[in-house]
Design a protein around this ligand. Structure first.
Ligand SMILES: NC(=O)c1ccc[n+]([C@@H]2O[C@H](COP(=O)([O-])OP(=O)(O)OC[C@H]3O[C@@H](n4cnc5c(N)ncnc54)[C@H](O)[C@@H]3O)[C@@H](O)[C@H]2O)c1
Length: 322
């Protein structure tokens, strides 16, 4: 980096400085205040002999903030061919700047920022959308993001039991072992229908392209949180789930990026006016959250640079003298 004062923060330190309970409240304030988040860029990278990769650029900045105003950009590479190389499919870096001077402040672990801000944003949404007495959580997926879902929900609801389902049973076993080692009542489930019908909150963070959650399984009062899909051909819940739910999004970008909304809109199952609003509107009190104990709520997230910037700022400001 050109500025010798800029710090490089490793993944462990980045995680330590983002405790989920505090991060949820930092995000509540950040969504309420807002910041500039221009359209993120998806670039397709083609290399001979491998599936196309994606370079994703996610900038965000604060304007009109006296002192301590920040600008940041997350740079993400998504390389499906890395499975064969036994390398992670996704690599992410976060660069934080002073928004006034443009001076570099810190280079942070983008993977940690992404995973933690994502589950924290879902838990934040659940403070408005999930029943207060929700105690049974079903986690669908057991990867980098999904494995943090139980901790995030435990920060906002009295979760007594966690069920885990993953297409790869070994992944689910690892997550359940980890949760049990930490004293949680956790169990693998093989029958997704039964587990979904018993859950108060269902949270999915997978790469699924065909629906995993069926609307006919959902009992009244369930909250469904869809984190995984970020392209028009990805899908975690079926049309019936869309039909029976009161629907919210993290940002309106979800309407252009998420197959869980795009496909039912195109087929006429979902009228866009049925989408009740976004997380910033919930945080500002502009729209209502859950209206009754019986309502089924569904939150679809695609992620936002606003949450990345808020998390990066929190990490940076955690250093004395920053
Ligand atoms: N909404 C957001 O803000 C946000 C943020 C980060 C990641 N994501 C998305 O969440 C998803 C998971 O990310 P991650 O970093 O945890 O990935 P990961 O690779 O660590 O985990 C993916 C999980 O999905 C499972 N899976 C893979 N293919 C599947 C399929 N076809 N059906 C069902 N399950 C399948 C895998 O077994 C694994 O447990 C990705 O699609 C990612 O883009 C969304």
């Amino acid at each position: 980096m050109s500025d010798p004062r800029a710090m490089i923060v490793d993944s462990e330190t980045t995680a330590q400085r983002l405790p989920l309970m505090e991060l949820i409240e930092v995000l509540r304030e950040a969504f309420a205040k807002g910041c500039r988040t221009p359209l993120r860029h998806h670039h397709t990278i083609t290399q001979p002999g491998q599936a196309p990769s994606t370079l994703l650029l996610m900038p965000a900045w604060q304007e009109g903030v006296e002192g301590n105003g920040y600008l940041g950009i997350k740079i993400v590479t998504v390389v499906p061919g890395n499975v064969a190389r036994k390398l992670p499919g996704l690599t992410s870096t976060y660069m934080l700047y002073d928004a006034m001077s443009g001076v570099q402040l810190a280079l942070l672990d983008g993977n940690v920022i992404t995973a933690r801000r994502t589950v924290a944003a879902s838990a934040l949404a659940a403070t408005y959308l999930a029943r207060e007495d929700s105690s049974r959580l079903l986690v669908i997926g057991a990867g980098r993001v999904a494995s943090l879902i139980p901790d995030a929900y435990r920060a906002v609801r009295n979760i007594q039991r966690v069920n885990v389902w993953d297409v790869d049973r070994g992944n689910a076993e690892r997550l359940v072992t980890n949760l049990r080692d930490r004293g949680l009542d956790a169990e693998i489930v093989d029958n997704l229908e039964e587990a979904a019908a018993a859950a108060d909150i269902i949270s999915a963070a997978t790469l699924a392209t065909a629906p995993l959650i069926k609307g006919r399984w959902l009992k009244p009062g369930t909250h469904v949180d869809l984190i995984g899909g970020f392209t028009p051909n990805m899908r975690e819940a079926d049309d019936d789930a869309i039909r029976v739910s009161s629907i919210y999004v993290d940002t309106k970008d979800a309407l252009h990026e998420a197959g869980d909304l795009i496909q039912p809109i195109e087929s006429g199952v979902l009228r866009p006016e049925r989408i009740l609003g976004a997380l910033d509107e919930l945080c500002r009190g502009k729209i209502r959250g859950r209206a009754s104990k019986e309502e089924i709520t569904l939150y679809k997230a695609v992620g936002t640079g606003l949450a990345d910037l808020a998390a990066a700022k929190m990490v940076f400001e955690g250093f004395p003298g920053s």
